[in-house]
Structures are given as structure tokens and as C-alpha cells.
Ligand binder design. Sequence first.
Ligand SMILES: [Zn+2]
Length: 96
Amino acid sequence: MQLDPLILGLLAVFVVLMIYTLLSFFTTRKQPAIPPKILTKIACISGNYSEVREFREGDYVGKEVGKCPKCGAPLLIVAVYSEIVRQGGKEASARS
Ligand SMILES: [Zn+2]
């Protein structure tokens, strides 16, 4: 059996490629894809009641979604926004 320099070179290239692939694999999956949470804010037009719930299909700002439990006035959607979900307090610690 002979190991000529060409095969050794190919092996070296292969190993380097493997390491590079593994490294890029680990560095690109530092951020698990969390879909942003979309919230809908609802408020009574009299201003004495408001709540925030999860966005539902068909929600839009200005839509009437019910009656105020306090005063019976219409409840309107006043805002639709997304909330960035953070994963339990690990911020910028693993970088040197
Ligand atoms: Zn009200």
C-alpha cells in the first residue's frame, strides 16, 4: 500500500472542509428561529378598560371586538404589534 502525496493532500483538504463545515454549522445556528409573538391591544373607547391578547386572524386597528365589561361601550383594537421573545437572560455572554 502506498500513500502518495496526492492522497495525503486530498485527505488534508477533506479534513479541513469537514472542520469548516462543522464550525459554520455551529456558528450559524446560534439563533433558533423564534417567530415573533404578535399581540393585539384592545381598549374601550371611554378609556377605562384595556387588554392585550394574542393576535387573531382578521384583527386590524379600529375593528370593534365587543363591549367593555366595565361600561358597555364598544371595545376597539387600538394597536397590533409584535413582541420580541427573549430566551432566558443569555445576552452577549459567549463572545470573546
Ligand atoms: Zn369602558
